[in-house]
Design a binder for this molecule. Structure first.
Ligand SMILES: [Cu+2]
Length: 311
């Protein structure tokens, strides 16, 4: 048996401080400090010893606050793209059930020069048949290590249950196994986000959700200024005062010639019945504008994102 309590430890308080510093810098471009997961004062409930005595919290006191939910990670492994990890929730030592609708997960990656979030679908958390155990299906764009295996940053899941202050769970996000494409990005040069004074095209991340023999389904998300909030993309989503998603059109093709419109739902899943082949090509149009791999007007090579698929 693994020791789940270990997962509650914040592995590196120095990076935590870096995250604070970075957020301070980011704050100059963000009007929504409340959206920063770091803003909460919820100390990790089982803080690891650190070099700075002042930061050491009473290790188990927070966990034993009467009536508080205690959260830890269970089975599962997070990877770039779509992956699932279990959350175990107890209260007063007993499994806590029926909480799925009230569990809110906010992933935060603390990197050396910045911190950022990643998207979470509205249906990310599902209760399992095991009391007190919930499956969290998440989508990541970055691993905890780079392509060479060197540390890239520290991922945490901030898990809030109801109005209880979030608990920070340190997690590892591994690079995806295999060679299948996990996600692609499309953009339009006229749809930009400000990043410390300069504007750059906003990425729309299209994740492989479920690819079956006769149907492909993707999850679509984007990012708001500040890089902390990555909303799932649905019509009605307001990105800036000047930009609301009025129309969202995706199409899929496995032969590059026949395009099948995808149907999108309230969970930002878009799906089309196509006969699976590699690559799966996906086109994106928002408010009538084409979004391309490089943000420029669509041409022969940039008009669609491609997912390599193992047959
Ligand atoms: Cu990162």
């Amino acid at each position: 048996m693994a020791a789940p309590r270990l997962n509650l430890r914040v592995t590196n308080m120095s990076s935590h401080r870096i995250a604070f510093l970075s957020l301070g810098l980011l704050a100059c471009s963000s009007a929504e400090p409340a959206a920063h997961p770091e803003d909460h004062d919820a100390a990790p409930i089982d803080a690891a010893p650190t070099d700075a005595a002042a930061e050491v919290a009473a290790p188990d006191a927070a966990a034993e606050v009467s009536g508080a939910y205690v959260v830890s990670t269970g089975e599962g492994a997070l990877t770039v793209g779509k992956s699932t990890v279990q959350l175990r929730v107890t209260r007063g030592g007993a499994p806590a059930t029926g909480l799925a609708p009230t569990i809110k997960i906010t992933p935060v990656m603390a990197m050396s020069k910045m911190s950022h979030g990643n998207p979470v679908p509205v249906d990310a958390v599902r209760e399992t048949a095991t009391p007190g155990t919930y499956d969290a299906t998440l989508f990541f764009t970055m691993a905890s290590v780079d392509a060479s295996g060197n540390p890239a940053g520290d991922w945490k899941l901030n898990v809030a249950i109801g109005d209880q202050a979030p608990v920070s769970l340190a997690v590892t996000v591994k690079p995806a196994a295999g060679t299948d494409t996990t996600h692609v990005m499309l953009k339009n040069a006229s749809d930009t986000i400000a990043a410390m004074g300069s504007a750059k095209p906003r990425n729309y991340v299209i994740f492989r959700d479920t690819f079956a023999a006769d149907r492909v389904t993707v999850f679509v998300a984007t990012v708001l200024e500040g890089m902390m909030v990555w909303p799932p993309v649905t019509t009605g989503l307001k990105l800036t005062d000047a930009l609301t998603i009025e129309t969202l059109e995706l199409a899929a093709s496995t032969d590059g010639a026949t395009w099948t419109p995808m149907t999108c739902d309230a969970t930002a899943r878009c799906t089309a019945a196509v006969s699976l082949a590699s690559p799966v090509r996906v086109k994106l149009k928002i408010n009538g504008k084409d979004y391309t791999t490089d943000g420029e007007a669509p041409g022969a090579s940039n008009a669609a994102a491609t997912f390599k698929v193992t047959p």
